[in-house]
Design a protein around this ligand. Structure first.
Ligand SMILES: [Zn+2]
Length: 144
């Protein structure tokens, strides 16, 4: 297995951040010594380039970290073959047909009866059309 977070990633991040900081500092001091606005524009642009370099450095660091997490996650999931056949999480309804007995309605939403959001609720079960006439929208969890 290759190392997802490489020394190259760390060096690239450090170099970009350091160069960006130097460029920003040069721009900063260039602006601070110029009283006229037109003489401040070029050093200000230089400072902006420095900030952009710092941003690119840390963005590459962040993306390298995301790649490392993805690589390790895939490696771990490859060791657990039954994950692919795991049941849906509690509350996630994958049925393609609505329940015959209707949906439960809250003040703004309506849900499938087995939705996790309806646990311990005393809501009435009514057809979808009743909920839609009442202005309720489908729940984003159970997607009735
Ligand atoms: Zn729901």
């Amino acid at each position: 297995m290759t190392t997802p977070w490489t020394r190259v990633d760390a060096v690239r991040t450090a170099v970009l951040a350091a160069v960006g900081a130097v460029v920003w500092a040069v721009g900063w001091f260039g602006v601070s010594g110029e009283p006229a606005l037109e003489d401040q524009i070029a050093p200000m642009n230089l400072a902006v380039v420095g900030v952009v370099l710092i941003g690119i450095g840390y963005s590459s660091w962040f993306l390298a970290g995301r790649r490392a997490v993805g690589t390790r996650r895939r490696a771990v999931l490859a060791l657990v073959p039954e994950v692919a056949a795991a049941p849906a999480p509690v509350g996630a309804n994958t049925a393609s047909t609505p329940p015959a007995d209707g949906f439960l309605g809250s003040e703004r939403l309506y849900h499938r009866p087995d939705c996790a959001m309806t646990a311990d609720r005393a809501w009435e079960v009514e057809p979808r059309a009743v909920h839609e006439r009442a202005g309720r929208t489908p729940c984003g969890v159970c997607r009735p």
